[in-house]
Ligand binder design. Structure first.
Ligand code: UTP
Length: 650
């Protein structure tokens, strides 16, 4: 989430374009002229960096070219501490190996990065408003109500289209706010079953694949691709998670990992690259943001191969939203029914809530775009354009601007056309934390960043950009905040913690069952890790059991009831609940070919939620971050491993 002021590059000034501009009158330019005109074989071009000049003998011709570029871009400080040739020579070469990587992983190279940074830092210092000349208005989109005819119709359309989709999860983030030691994809989405986020995502995609294929006459070979964008912080552990779990049932060829590179950090407004405090031969780097996903997909060649295989949609999502796949079928149905090129998933947004608003921006020169405007920018933008109340609720009790949850559905054809123009470059921004109001020095180094949801910024006005709003309880419960920070969230705002993320799953499943006719007891309020949450019965099911509302409705009948202290785990596709009365814990495992009817009264001591102290380091981190653990006291567990029809009635 972005906080404080930050600045985007102006529209139309994408970084490929801007890299050609240079910065008039800067030191960099003077050095640049010198390097171009100066001699090269005698090393006089390096006169501005005498310590580099003394080391030219150890550098390869590629390194020399990069050294010239660095001096041309005002980076001579990188060499001031270099000792004589013969001392630390290997470290000096590895410095240039890093520069080589930084240079090749950024469109236009490191010189382009430095120039873009200088421009953005100058704009930021000048307090330039990226929305100058734009007037906001409410864009058009689809607002869905869970379970009504419209919703069901879109879900059906979404399931039909799912076999033509590819999924992309951006999972390269540091997760600094959560502070978890492992990767977020490995975290359990809930602790009743311990299913991790990645496992759940894969099982949901496989369930979509099966359900979609069943609608095809004749054989269906569809294998929905999954791309995981990783970074140096997450790559090895993501691969290990997949490999040690046999890809959670997916074919290894279905899954592709694309690793994003970090970008160089910047020490000052002249975009001098920051050196690592612990290693003077290393440039400090940080993640560039999830916007990298577009250039990585473009350069991987995957988009064209998907296109050739007949795919139509690319769905982007984040690492820790346990509810997302409940919203996918209907949203994909909206994309296909309305032929949206871009469909942003959204939830109703309370005014001033800390999520961006999806906004139509119309420029005085006629340009328009439908884009996410960060919450801290929406209010000033509205006030500056004739809305004296700024970011305010309308008669519905919500902001008229839907809340962006950063899950996007892009139509593949138009996506490829756009990326062919931009090569996946996304409008960047910089967010320096200044030491004081002179804005001359930073508290710590900064870097350029880009966001995946800024993709529509470069689209032509003919692009069909819309949104799909769904209830928050159904669609959005990310795990981003550590217990201490979550406990400080003002009352009424979402915690976005491991505690709330897990409880949201039980709530959603309970509400879906209620809507399907099951008498699910009311929740109780409990406090874990300083956060007050609703505790509903701990109901979980595998995606293949209840992918859509229609699926769930078909599988429950009669007067089923579930008490608040109950736990129900359904692992099996063809499990039918008929007149079931549950007060305790029930676990049903059923193989693909077993059809099981479960009814009657099931009562036992069940599984109990025990609060734990998040400071108790004897407990695993996954438990501490939630503030509770599940004590499995007693349960009825059913296992059906053989094909056939079975009926259980107690
Ligand atoms: P978050 O906003 O949750 O950021 O990213 P984060 O980096 O994971 O966490 P903090 O801000 O350090 O606490 C949203 C999504 O974008 C991915 C994350 O993995 C998450 O799925 N992401 C973020 C990337 O893939 N790359 C990045 O450079 C940044």
């Amino acid at each position: 989430m972005l906080e404080g002021d930050y600045l985007m590059q102006t529209q139309g000034g994408g970084f490929i374009h801007q890299s050609q501009d240079g910065v008039a009158g800067s030191t960099a330019e003077k050095v640049s002229n010198l390097s171009i005109n100066g001699g090269s074989s005698d090393g006089s071009w390096a006169a501005s960096a005498p310590n580099l000049q003394k080391n030219l003998g150890i550098l390869s011709s590629e390194h020399i070219e990069l050294a010239k570029m660095l001096l041309a871009e005002g980076q001579s400080h990188l060499f001031t501490h270099w000792p004589e040739q013969g001392v630390d020579d290997e470290e000096k070469k590895s410095f240039f190996d890093q520069v080589t990587r930084l240079n090749s992983s950024y469109p236009g190279g490191l010189a382009s990065y430095i120039r873009n940074a200088r421009n953005l830092l100058a704009d930021s210092k000048a307090g330039k408003n990226p929305f100058d000349g734009f007037t906001p208005s409410v864009p058009s989109g689809e607002v869905l109500t869970f379970g009504d005819d419209n919703f069901i119709k879109f879900e059906e359309a979404g399931i039909r289209e799912a076999r033509n989709a590819a999924f992309v999860v951006v999972a390269g983030g540091l997760g600094e706010r959560l502070g978890y030691n492992g990767i977020k994809l490995a975290l359990p989405k809930e602790t009743t079953t311990g299913t991790g986020f990645l496992q759940h995502y894969i099982e949901a995609i496989l369930a979509l694949q099966d359900a979609s294929c069943k609608l095809v006459q004749g054989p269906c070979e569809a294998q929905i691709p999954l791309v995981i964008m990783t970074s140096d912080d997450t790559h090895a552990r993501t691969l290990e998670l997949l490999e040690s779990n046999s890809y959670f049932g997916m074919k290894p060829t279905q899954v592709k990992l694309l690793k994003q590179e970090k970008v160089a950090c910047l020490d000052d407004n002249d975009a001098r690259l920051a050196i690592e405090p612990q290693n003077k031969y290393k440039i400090q780097t940080k993640p560039h943001g999830h916007g990298d996903v577009h250039s990585l997909l473009y350069s991987s060649g995957l988009l064209n191969s998907w296109h050739d295989a007949g795919l139509r949609w690319v769905l982007f999502f984040q690492d820790t939203n346990g509810l997302l796949f409940k919203a996918i079928p209907a949203s994909l149905g909206v994309s296909s029914t309305k032929n949206y090129h871009v469909n942003s998933l959204a939830v109703p947004r309370k005014a001033k809530e800390a999520i961006g608003g999806i906004t139509k921006l119309t420029h005085s020169d006629g340009r328009t775009m439908v884009i996410n405007v960060e919450y801290n920018q929406l209010d000033p933008l509205l006030r500056a354009t004739g809305h004296p109340d700024g970011d305010a609720n309308c008669e519905t009790g919500y902001s008229p601007y839907p809340g962006n949850i950063n899950q996007l559905i892009l139509e593949l054809d138009s996506y490829i056309k756009e990326l062919t123009k931009t090569h996946g470059a996304i409008t960047e921004f910089v967010n320096p934390k200044y030491k004081d109001s002179t804005k001359t020095t930073f508290k710590s180094s900064t870097r350029l960043e880009c966001m995946m949801q800024d993709y529509p910024k470069t689209l032509p006005p003919s692009a069909r950009v819309g949104f799909t709003v769904m209830d928050t309880w159904l669609a959005y419960a990310p795990v981003k905040n550590n217990p201490e920070d979550a406990a400080k969230v003002p009352k009424g705002n979402p915690y976005h913690s491991a505690t709330s993320g897990e409880m949201a799953i039980y709530r959603a499943n309970s509400l879906i069952l209620r809507k399907s006719g099951v008498n699910v007891a009311d929740p109780v309020l409990q406090v874990f890790n300083g956060q007050e949450v609703e505790v509903w019965p701990r109901i979980t099911w595998k995606p293949k059991w209840g992918l859509t509302f229609t699926d769930v409705r078909k599988k429950v009948s009669g007067g089923c009831s579930i008490s608040q202290r109950s736990t129900m785990v359904i692992k099996g596709q063809n499990v039918f609940l008929e007149n079931l009365s549950l007060d305790g814990a029930l676990v049903i495992n059923a193989a693909e070919a077993s059809e099981v009817k479960v009814g009657g009264s099931v009562q036992n001591k069940g599984w109990i939620i025990e609060p734990v102290d998040h400071k108790d380091t004897s407990l695993p981190e996954e438990i501490r971050t939630r503030g509770f653990r599940i004590e499995k006291v007693d349960q009825l567990e059913m296992n059906y491993t053989e094909p056939g029809k079975f009926c259980f009635k107690s």
